[in-house]
Design a protein around this ligand. Structure first.
Ligand SMILES: Nc1ncnc2c1ncn2[C@@H]1O[C@@H]2COP(=O)(O)O[C@H]2[C@H]1O
Length: 471
């Protein structure tokens, strides 16, 4: 294979000048196109890179890519150039590109357009644009990267941040669609793949990308954790396919339309949702109703009998409501009692449902059980969201909520408390129930992370006080 090996390496940490690209046959990767649902309008990443190719033989590309280096829009989640894991590393690798460009089917596009609401339609216009031009070539490269990553998606160390960059912010759609296929749910429930994709695109769009923590990446992470749990022997051999379907839908939708502030804030500001749900599980009730609304709008389950659909919706509600952290002790006490009495029977549907609720809770707050490299990123994100709420409260002269004051709280302090009082008690019981190498590994990570947060020499200092500037 003849390759343009004489081409010098292009300076890829800067946009490559157009005249250089034209002359050298290299391609600059601007905004990539819609391979995995296209660039998310609210999380549009710029990928840059260079491609050397020989026009006589287009079966081989030589690539030098820099991953997503810039994300439009403000917010603490913006990746920092040069930060660890900010690159999708593909250095001068060979890719055999035998397949033609992948395009979303025309039918799929039409059905999205027809079903989306006015507002969502506006948001998704970019999402559904057809790709054109040479960007396709690099999208295929990212496709290869994504395929490689999906092979290891059941690993507890799966790097969801990198996956989200590789899918250009469409991790939720790509990953969940893959899980449905892997678990055979699409076939078993005769789900229309177009409707499934349409549903997932709408779910992803209804997460607020500006939230540092409660955004679609968190939902993707929770869904990946749920998939890992569903594959554990105790669950894999006893859950029904209906349980599995519910578990995945609950994981992917459990924080839909989260506003980035907590229930206390909504109650104290007299938000209409607080009144609607009588100040009780306000956010969780809203996430559930949003999920039901998107399920109905997508028509994903329309072919099932109405009684089955209503039953699924009810059970979905009880899984999402279980993520209300203020109710943790209630669920945990019931679970613990069963474990103490050793009478948990997975043949009993009500017991199975309780186990699913606990599984959902574990998936929701498992971030401190991840390896430090991933876990610490979640800690920064959740703290950024808490502190942002505190800033808003100060601005409006409200009392600052617990853990939300950047002047007196710190990430390390918040993490240590959360791990000791919330995560550890839950995962201890989970480990008693599941008793697999994964559950022991999660506890080991939890301990390591706690040690790091409680040892000031092992984690970065909290931001200096002068960085806080009330607006
Ligand atoms: N790493 C973390 N540190 C502190 N709190 C967390 C962390 N992860 C999750 N949480 C909290 O756990 C809550 C679970 O329910 P919510 O998603 O409503 O809001 C979540 C956060 O308030």
């Amino acid at each position: 294979m003849e390759v343009c090996s004489q081409l010098p390496v292009l300076p890829l940490d800067r946009p490559v000048p157009q005249h250089v690209l034209r002359r050298r046959g290299a391609i600059s990767l601007g905004t990539s196109s819609a391979l995995f649902g296209g660039p998310s309008p609210r999380q549009l990443c710029k990928r840059r890179g260079g491609v050397s190719y020989n026009s006589a033989d287009q079966a081989v590309l030589y690539l030098h890519l820099l991953g997503d280096v810039k994300q439009r829009g403000p917010g603490p989640s913006e990746p920092v150039r040069g930060a660890p894991h900010s690159h999708v590393k593909v250095d001068y690798q060979r890719f055999h590109c035998h397949q033609g460009p992948v395009r979303p089917g025309a039918r799929g596009l039409k059905s999205h357009r027809r079903r989306l609401s006015f507002q969502r339609g506006l948001k998704s216009r970019h999402l559904l644009q057809r790709p054109s031009g040479p960007q396709h070539l690099l999208d295929q490269v990212y496709n290869c990267q994504v395929k490689c990553m999906l092979d290891k998606v059941d690993s507890w160390d799966f790097d969801i941040f990198m996956f989200d960059r590789a899918t250009n912010g469409n991790g939720l759609v790509t990953l969940t669609f893959h899980f449905f296929l892997q678990l055979g749910l699409t076939r078993l429930f005769r789900l229309d793949p177009i409707k499934l994709r349409s549903f997932l695109v709408m779910v992803q769009a209804d997460y607020h990308q500006r939230n540092p923590y409660h955004n679609s990446l968190h939902a993707t992470d929770v869904t990946q954790a749920m998939y890992c749990f569903l594959r554990q022997p105790k669950l894999a051999t006893t859950l029904s396919s209906c349980d599995m379907l519910l578990a995945l839908v609950a994981a992917v939708t459990h924080d839909l339309d989260h506003p980035g502030v907590n229930q206390g804030f909504l109650v104290r500001t007299g938000h209409h949702l607080a009144a609607l749900y009588k100040n009780s599980s306000v956010l969780e009730s809203h996430h559930w109703r949003c999920a039901v609304s998107l399920l109905r709008e997508s028509g994903l389950l329309d072919h099932l009998p109405i009684t089955d659909r209503l039953n699924l919706e009810e059970r979905l509600g009880s899984l999402i409501l279980a993520t209300d952290i203020s109710q943790q002790n209630r669920y945990l006490a019931r679970f613990r009692e069963h474990l103490d009495r050793e009478d948990l029977s997975m043949a009993d549907p009500s017991h199975r449902h309780l186990v699913l609720q606990i599984t959902m809770k574990c998936a929701d707050i498992c971030n401190p059980c991840r390896v430090w490299r991933l876990s610490s990123q979640w800690s920064s994100r959740v703290t950024a969201e808490f502190f942002h709420q505190g800033d808003v409260e100060k601005k409006h002269r409200m009392a600052v909520s617990p853990l939300c004051d950047r002047l007196s709280d710190s990430t390390a302090h918040i993490q240590a408390g959360f791990i000791r009082h919330v995560v550890e008690p839950l995962f201890r019981e989970w480990c008693r129930f599941s008793c697999t190498s994964l559950s022991h590994r999660m506890l080991a990570h939890l301990q390591t992370n706690l040690d790091r947060w409680t040892d000031p020499s092992q984690h970065p200092e909290t931001p200096p006080l002068e960085s806080y500037q009330p607006s």
